[in-house]
Design a binder for this molecule. Structure first.
Ligand code: UT7
Length: 327
């Protein structure tokens, strides 16, 4: 094996808006639903909701500052900021530019990635490639969303599912041996299939209806594809790194549905305690869900440096993917 450049996660941070909305609060608001239905079908009990005037860039900037502090990295050292989001502050410019301003970063460059719930893994892949090609040494990758602004609060089949929040990681270049014992991103695996665009989408857009639209989803179709696609991409990620399922120490999945995550864990033969689950308190925060879950499990000491993690995700597009990372 020859030495190769690795992108190592040296810090993580997160931010959740103060307001918590429980399932019972939703029912009290007149939505024809119940705590029992939501918990049984999804595992969600509550979600955070951004305050009036609190934007994706605010959540992202707070998560970024926490991640930089955790990594002990100064803003002056950051080469690139990438924000994965489906709920940008404005149609343009990129929310990442606003984050750059809010964290006081005056060098390098910043841009957004749109891959819906898979956005964080897409952004992580881009960052890894910048680092491995030597174009950057330090990158902040953020997933941030205010999905509460694009849910149709009259549609019970979707409005109960989503929440707001942000998570960020700091990636730094380090040389590795080129084998699976290295720290850093060992591999990433991305897919999309536009034939399924309409199964999960917004029913509007700035370039079509000149509105943002609301989230629409054929839940059963998404569920069915998620189970198959996630299983395949996890197999591919294991094979690419010559790993057996039992070598994975943590699964940090996109938090869309408890039943999907449990099925995934079973396939990896991972006990429930080795799956980081935040859906009960965060709901589905799209691009933010994986970095939020990671930051929580690192902060509370569950995930430790040196441990092997599988990320996986499936979302609108359809997009899906996985990453194998040694912290
Ligand atoms: O993050 C991107 C990826 N997203 C996903 O992976 C989501 C995948 N899909 C899912 O997680 C599930 O399909 C849902 C949680 C969205 C829905 O669960 P389901 O078991 O597929 O339920 P369903 O949509 O088939 O609805 C079953 C019943 C229906 O009533 P009928 O027709 O059987 O009388 C719905 O009208 O549940 C009803 N229902 C509700 N009842 C109470 C739908 N939403 C609600 C609700 N409260 N909020």
């Amino acid at each position: 094996m020859s030495a190769i450049r690795r992108s190592v996660i040296t810090g993580c941070g997160s931010y959740l808006p103060e307001t918590i909305l429980t399932n019972n609060d939703l029912a009290k608001r007149g939505i024809d639903t119940s705590d029992e239905w939501i918990v049984q079908r999804t595992g969600i009990k509550s979600r955070h909701i951004a305050a009036d005037g609190e934007y994706t860039s605010d959540l992202a900037a707070k998560a970024t500052l926490a991640a930089l502090k955790h990594a002990d990295v100064k803003i002056e050292a950051v080469d690139i900021v990438i924000v994965a989001t489906t709920t940008p502050d404005s149609t343009f410019p990129a929310t990442a530019a606003r984050v750059q301003e809010k964290i006081g970063m005056t060098r390098g460059f910043a841009f957004d990635v749109q891959a819906a719930c898979s956005g964080f893994i897409y952004a992580l892949t881009l960052a890894d490639n910048f680092i491995r090609l030597g174009q950057a040494k330090t990158i902040v990758v953020i997933g941030a969303e205010v999905l509460s602004r694009i849910v149709d609060w009259k549609d019970r089949s979707t409005c109960v599912l989503f929440g707001d929040g942000a998570g960020a990681v700091v990636l730094q270049a380090q040389d590795g041996k080129g084998d699976k014992t290295d720290r850093g991103i060992l591999s990433t695996h991305l897919y999309s299939d536009g034939r399924y665009y309409d199964f999960l989408c917004a029913d509007g857009g700035v370039g079509s209806t000149q509105t943002t639209g609301y989230i629409r989803m054929e839940g059963k179709e998404v569920f069915r594809h998620a189970v198959t696609n996630l299983s395949k991409v996890v197999d591919e990620a294991l094979l690419a790194n010559d790993l057996q399922p039992d070598e994975i120490e943590w699964l940090v999945p996109h938090q869309a549905n408890m039943r999907i995550m449990e099925g995934n864990a079973k396939k990896l033969k991972l006990p429930k305690e080795r799956v980081v689950i935040t859906i009960s308190r965060h709901a589905n925060t799209a691009a933010a869900s994986i970095p939020l879950a990671l930051a929580e499990a690192v902060a509370d000491g569950r995930i430790k440096q040196g441990q092997l993690i599988m990320f996986n995700t499936m979302g609108a597009g359809f997009t899906w993917g996985a990453a194998v990372v040694r912290l």
